[in-house]
Ligand binder design. Structure first.
Ligand SMILES: O=C(O)CCC(=O)C(=O)O
Ligand SMILES: [Fe+2]
Length: 323
């Protein structure tokens, strides 16, 4: 199909060689779990109990799902339609330098540096800085704006709730996370006939304070819990929230930025992630002493991540900043 990135041709040899050598399968023993599910309408009725549940999930799991989150079904459905339209544009257009008038390299497909089965990424993604949303046209722009506006409110409320439980000063997020400092990533995972042997997205942690994820009903998303990979059952009503590296540092390790990944599926899959991030100059400093991490700016964190990816093929993340 004209819209598919050439994953099959690019990786054919690598997959056949690797599958011949090893019968290793990423998902054979993965259990499916319901993440802690938090009804945010409870904040109006039993606020204390609801805040406790949120903080407990952030500590124990680093992940939770929320319902009655304030992002309407219509907004989520329209965004998914836009996403489908964008990814179904001809591949030749998607790789154009100024695709959708965004900055170069906003569109990624696969992992062109893959030299082993484990490094293959069976996915394509569009990474959009909120600063660039005004460059988009028509219904894509209005639907992305509707989603990011609602997601920004949700992210700020959750971040403030979590910060409050640690005694972090209430204005911290309003001062550091400005309306256009966050990022949006639309992911598409093409159908894969080698399915669970190939990653859609490699195990990673997010570099955000927190991430809001909306996934369709296909499945394939997994997270690390107590040393084991767990599959997360899709819930059409829920958004998945996860703690990112910045919140782990700010909370001095109390809230956990947990590794997660996507395994390929025989069916096409879509997801969208909103990364709640501060400005480049924002300083992230552990809120209690003794501090586990050095104080760093978000720009430093991103720069170090880029260097590590270039030099080691992967992100090292917070361990780089341990004291
Ligand atoms: O597609 C997914 O469900 C996960 C996406 C993700 O983890 C990311 O974009 O960082
Ligand atoms: Fe992620």
């Amino acid at each position: 199909m004209a819209y598919e990135p050439p994953l099959e041709e690019t990786y054919k040899n690598l997959i056949h060689i690797s599958l011949g050598e090893s019968k290793d399968n990423h998902t054979s023993t993965v259990e499916e779990w319901d993440l802690p599910l938090i009804d945010l309408s409870e904040l109006d009725f039993d606020r204390g109990k609801c805040i406790k549940e949120i903080a407990e999930a952030a500590r124990e799991w680093g992940f939770f799902q929320v319902v009655n989150h304030g992002v309407s079904k219509e907004v989520l459905r329209s965004l998914q339609c836009e996403q489908m339209k964008v990814f179904h544009l001809p591949f030749e257009r998607k790789i154009e330098e100024n695709f959708l008038k965004l900055t170069a390299n906003s569109y990624r497909w696969g992992n062109l540096n893959a030299t082993s089965l484990r490094q293959i990424l069976w996915s394509e993604a569009l990474h959009i800085s909120l600063m660039d949303i005004s460059k988009l046209d028509g219904s894509l722009r209005s639907n992305v704006e509707a989603f990011t506006t609602a997601a920004a409110d949700l992210a700020q409320s959750l971040a403030e709730i979590l910060a409050q439980t640690l005694g972090i000063e209430s204005g911290y997020f309003r001062e550091n996370c400005l309306p256009n400092t966050s990022y949006l990533r639309m992911n598409r995972y093409p159908p894969c006939s080698f399915a669970s042997n190939v990653f859609g997205l490699m195990p990673h942690t997010d570099s955000s304070f927190l991430t809001i994820l909306y996934q369709d009903q296909v499945g394939g998303f997994q997270l690390m819990k107590d040393g084991k990979w767990l599959g997360v059952k899709p819930n059409p009503e829920a958004l998945i929230i996860n703690i990112g590296d910045l919140f782990q540092a700010l909370s001095n390790g109390v809230f956990k930025s947990i590794k997660h990944k996507v395994v390929s599926t025989p069916q096409e899959r879509l997801s969208v992630a909103y990364f709640y991030c501060p400005s480049d100059e924002a300083v992230i400093q552990s809120c209690t002493k003794p501090a586990l991490y050095k104080k760093f700016s978000f720009a430093e964190y991103k720069r170090q991540t880029q260097i590590d990816v270039q030099e080691t093929g992967g992100k090292v993340g917070l361990p780089r900043f341990l004291l």
